[in-house]
Design a protein around this ligand. Sequence first.
Ligand code: URA
Length: 222
Amino acid sequence: MGTPSVSDTSSARRPAAVPLPLNASPDERSSTLKILQESVSGCVRCTELASTRKNTVFGVGNPAAKILFLGEAPGADEDEQGEPFVGRAGQLLNDIITACQLKREEIYICNVLKCRPPGNRTPLESECTNCREFLDGQLAAIDPEFIVCWGTTAAQNLLQTKQPIGKLRQQFFRHGRARVLCTYHPSYLLRNPPAKKDVWEDMKFWRLEMGIDLGNARKSGS
Ligand code: URA
């Protein structure tokens, strides 16, 4: 693929929460997140989700991370443990992180929804809308340089588009200060392993933008 392009598709309809100053300390970011996490843990905006969840799943990782990973919603394991991406999809995500020459501690990981949809159904639009304020708060507190959207729900919700994920790959969008890359969800890769090569292409494309050439590195999980 050619030179990375940056299309500005941040939503004009939805002003992002005000980012902390660029020089905000990790402690400042962390305490902003803590306050937000408390609101999430008591949230009952989505009656069904609030009545079926075991735990809310706020997010985990470095509050001063340059990289934020955005998934869809907690699954059963995440609901049980209160942490994102700890199940099978999370293990694959860990392999991808390693293949990208990164450590999980360098990344902040969260989801569009903070509660598990029963039976892991796709989040409803109303649920994404209810939860968006919390995501915007996280994005503002962390103010990452890069956001990777894993899967359709993350990509469409963040960028406020209906474009299919296959059309959103291999380019950079902008959300506030962050460059946004969209790729397939690890759960999709578990169901459809041939798509791993596409995700690997996306990872190489993204890491090159960060100055890391993964060109000849080994493919993850293949
Ligand atoms: N899938 C997601 O999108 N997020 C998780 O936390 C786990 C699985």
